[in-house]
Design a protein around this ligand. Structure first.
Ligand SMILES: Cc1cc2nc3c(=O)[nH]c(=O)nc-3n(C[C@H](O)[C@H](O)[C@H](O)COP(=O)(O)O)c2cc1C
Length: 172
């Protein structure tokens, strides 16, 4: 059988089913923060975040091309990964909703380069952008970790389309 014939028999992946399937992979929840071209703070909830490399220290996440925050992150030299704690569902929802990302109502401090760090998170990674790569309807952002901070708070998790708590089953 020729390779192109094999490909023709593959099933079409339904987008809703794909989203449901991917949703079984439980993640943490982050808010990525940066300053836009006018120096105004911007942020977006993202669970596509992942560790990439320890040496050098690199992380990766992906951003929808159609996001209103796309130009902010494409142009920003720095951004911060705010890893949300279990009591920050409202923060996640705020930064997952277009148009209500006003930092005036979100307690925060300023990190490296004036990038906002949202108060009360489980941890923070302050990063400088290394490279971006095309990824279908998203763009991949690879960044170098320049500073980290950790608080003693339970992390927020996300899976099967909803927010989850984290329960330790085995110390491993
Ligand atoms: C838990 C959660 C995780 C999300 N992860 C991502 C992500 O990794 N990348 C992304 O582009 N959008 C992600 N989104 C959607 C964006 O947060 C949302 O589309 C965006 O904030 C809408 O505003 P915008 O139109 O200004 O981008 C996620 C939403 C939620 C609730």
């Amino acid at each position: 059988m020729k390779p192109d014939t094999i490909e023709a028999t593959l099933p079409v992946i339904d987008a809703t089913e794909l989203r449901r399937c991917l949703g079984t992979f439980v993640t943490g929840v982050t808010v990525m923060t940066a300053l836009d071209a006018d120096g105004q703070p911007d942020g977006i909830t993202a669970n596509s975040f992942s560790s990439l490399s320890l040496d050098p220290p690199l992380i990766v996440w992906s951003l929808r091309l159609q996001s209103r925050s796309f130009q902010t992150f494409k142009n920003a030299q720095r951004f911060a990964v705010n890893i949300l704690a279990q009591d920050q569902v409202s923060v996640s929802n705020r930064f997952a909703t277009s148009g209500v990302k006003n930092f005036a109502e979100v307690p925060h401090t300023l990190g490296l380069g004036g990038v906002p760090l949202i108060e009360g998170c489980a941890s923070y990674l302050e990063c400088s952008l290394e490279a971006t790569y095309p990824g279908g309807d998203h763009e991949l952002f690879v960044a170098r970790v320049e500073r980290i901070q950790m608080n003693d708070k339970k992390p927020l998790a996300y899976g099967n389309g909803g927010y989850l708590g984290v329960e330790v089953l085995d110390k491993g």
